[in-house]
Design a protein. Structure first.
Length: 148
């Protein structure tokens, strides 16, 4: 039986491979960009608000900060307590064009020892969790190997 690939959150990302993008929204009045997407009203306190349109965000940015998760988070975090905990690395990335900071896991195998502030990373499709029926998809940040 083949498992379905399902985004862990609807509407936050789209596409595959080179076409994979995070989806934010942009205020038609003040051009502020939001991620996670804001669909109700502009969060810019100096803006009276406008229509919010969906926009794909840049695929590249630079490491703003990072850490790792050395312990199993409590519920509702989904993990199998029967399996040993595998730490993951979390990166806060400042997108080059939007100047927004977006959190995400690093690609598997990347540890905090591999990262420095200012290092360039790119967005790639990733897997957050798998069960018998579903592969839950997300985004990961992968170092490009280029220095800022
Ligand atoms: Zn606005």
């Amino acid at each position: 039986m083949s498992r379905t690939r399902t985004p862990v959150v609807d509407g936050w990302f789209t596409g595959d491979g080179e076409g994979f993008r995070l989806l934010g929204t942009r205020c038609a009045r003040c051009a502020s960009v939001f991620f996670p997407r804001e669909d109700t009203h502009c969060r810019n306190p100096g803006c009276a608000g406008g229509d919010l349109e969906e926009v794909p965000l840049s695929r590249r940015g630079h490491v703003w900060s990072y850490t790792d998760s050395q312990y199993r988070p409590p519920s509702p975090y989904v993990s199998n307590p029967e399996l040993p905990w595998k730490p993951f690395t979390l990166i806060a990335v400042e997108l080059d064009a939007e100047r927004l900071v977006v959190l995400g896991q690093a690609t598997p195998g990347v540890t905090v020892a591999d990262l420095t502030v200012g290092m360039e990373v790119e967005l790639v499709p990733g897997v957050l969790h798998e069960d018998a029926e579903t592969i839950w998809t997300t985004w990961h940040w992968r170092p490009t190997g280029e220095r800022a």
